[in-house]
Design a protein around this ligand. Structure first.
Ligand code: CIR
Length: 253
């Protein structure tokens, strides 16, 4: 169970965030409203939500998930592979010092964005992407080991981050689409398959027995409900325009 989440209010500069989506620029006012609704949803799931102020210097800083990996015992500050995102780590380290005594950092030449890391109990799957390299993954695994946790790497082909295409919903259930449906790494999971035309919804989040799903993906919602979960729908259309999903918008711990 999680008790807290950290989020960061988007700044106006978010309209200049990195993107490959081809869906146009986000509408800032709508993004703010969607972000507020996202926070309310996390609260509805029983979390205390720590809201950081906008950081205009970093257009992608709303996607807090990428700059830290939080476990039950330690926090790892990442080293984003995207040059424009590297400076985001300072702000997140500052807040995490309030909650964690044991904080580690990924260092050059290693790069990691934690959207590439999926927690499954005490094991962490680490996607090797354009943002997360082998050196960064090995640094992460070595820190995890010191904390009696384990990690393994997964090669990615078509997605920005590992969790763009796969999400763990506890109880051995994995929501997955595309390349993740056939990876040997995941063959022991019960697969909840997402169709290609709803691929964006493969990024959803389990929060204390509820699953938050993005608005507009009815088949995925039904599949997740049929697996026994109650779902909460949140509209994150403006963050999708920046290749971001539900998980990227918070650090849950
Ligand atoms: C980026 O390209 O870094 C941002 N525009 C989106 C990051 C999304 N984060 C995630 O999937 N964990």
């Amino acid at each position: 169970m999680f008790t807290k989440a950290i989020v960061r209010t988007p700044g106006k500069s978010m309209v200049n965030g990195l993107t490959t989506a081809g869906l146009g620029q986000p509408n800032y006012d709508l993004a703010l409203a969607q972000h507020a609704a996202y926070i309310e949803t996390l609260k509805q799931c029983g979390l205390e939500v720590i809201v950081l102020p906008p950081d205009e210097k970093y257009p992608d800083s709303v996607f807090v998930e990428d700059v830290a990996l939080l476990t039950e015992t330690c926090a790892i500050i990442t080293n984003p592979g995207a040059p424009s995102r590297k400076g985001e780590v300072a702000g997140i380290k500052e807040i995490l010092e309030k909650y964690y005594g044991d904080i580690h950092e990924i260092r050059d030449p290693g790069t990691v964005e934690a959207g590439d890391i999926m927690m499954v109990g005490s094991h962490f799957f680490i996607g090797l992407s354009e943002r997360t390299n082998m050196n960064g993954a090995f640094q992460t695994i070595s820190i995890l080991k010191q904390n009696f946790l384990t990690g393994s790497t997964v090669k990615l082909k078509n997605v920005l981050h590992l969790k763009t295409g796969v999400s763990y919903l506890e109880q051995n259930n994995l929501v997955a689409c595309g390349e993740f449906l056939s990876k040997p790494d995941f063959e022991d999971f019960n697969m909840l398959k997402i169709d290609d035309d709803e691929a964006y919804s493969a990024n959803c989040i389990w929060v204390n027995n509820k699953v938050i799903v993005p608005k507009g993906y009815p088949k995925a919602k039904q599949t997740i409900e049929q697996a026994g979960y109650s779902t909460i729908v949140v509209d994150v259309s403006e963050f999708r325009k920046l290749d971001g999903g539900l998980s990227c918008l918070s650090l849950r711990f």
